[in-house]
Design a protein around this ligand. Sequence first.
Ligand code: NAD
Length: 301
Amino acid sequence: MKILLTGGSGDVGTLLTRALLQDGHEVVNIDMAPPKTPGGIFMQGSILDRALLEKAMAGVDCVVHIAAWHGIHAETKTPAEFHDLNVTGTFNVFQAAADAGVGKCVFVSSTSAAHPHEIYGHTKILGEKMAETYAHRHGMEVVTLRPRAFIPSWNRDVYADYVGWAKWFMRGAVHIDDFRDAVLLAINLKTGRKAPVYTIDGAYDYSAGDLKNWDKDGPGTTFAKYYPDHVALAQKYGLDTALKPKVLEIEKDAKLPGYAPRYTMRNLLEELKAFGADGPPAPYAAANKTPAPRRKNSRHP
Ligand SMILES: NC(=O)c1ccc[n+]([C@@H]2O[C@H](COP(=O)([O-])OP(=O)(O)OC[C@H]3O[C@@H](n4cnc5c(N)ncnc54)[C@H](O)[C@@H]3O)[C@@H](O)[C@H]2O)c1
């Protein structure tokens, strides 16, 4: 398939580019910033440039619309900037896709859409409404994904080190690799529904009973029950072993079919043990060359 990514130079776009190329797809990336990984066609520019979007859509089978200001930009971008990129930009992407007869779009929304009183959530709700409208009006299959936060440990603009990321992740989040896999599933999904919306959470080792009766035997006891060999490690790096993760309650029809997240607190502890506060390297950092074919179930492509 020929797949257009908007914002393909960002965190999830970088992982998607690698995975899609490895799976034999053709990738086109429209982004203001240069790509972090080689391969595919890069069109430098903005989704606010309708002529560029029109060019980029030629022969495209599926658009994955990622580009947006999001949570980390809430304090640096104005409401007008949020509206321009997230609402006008999303309109431009859907309209250009419809004009070009693209049959499939994956719209990356956010669990923040549940908070429409904030500017970010407000723009995502409007994007979701557009997804629905274009699906119905143009017979386009549009899958909307609502991930919770997935900023990766290797994003040094956001996290000073792996420990900073770990302290945030253990509160409850989805690992970027799992979210990448959710997007890959959505690209291939035959929903039979016009514009489904799926919430994307991460994976957790804890049973429902242990989550309900968290630390009933004292602070840190649930963590110690699951990770007895890692308590000292967690303490060494200042992780709060008494912290209960917030697991999302997701209705059955809001679950993406086939989605089975795999990265849990156990993986985090193993990475912390292996790599210390530096964490594992960014997946694109080691070899800046076109990636080799992806192994099934590989965690870092
Ligand atoms: N990161 C998270 O934790 C998280 C959580 C939920 C939802 N989301 C959603 O995921 C998407 C962001 O993914 P990410 O975390 O990989 O983002 P990112 O910030 O790493 O990447 C976004 C990319 O968009 C590009 N971009 C900015 N303005 C553009 C424009 N006018 N035209 C084209 N490209 C432009 C940026 O250069 C950047 O490369 C957004 O839609 C966001 O709402 C993110």
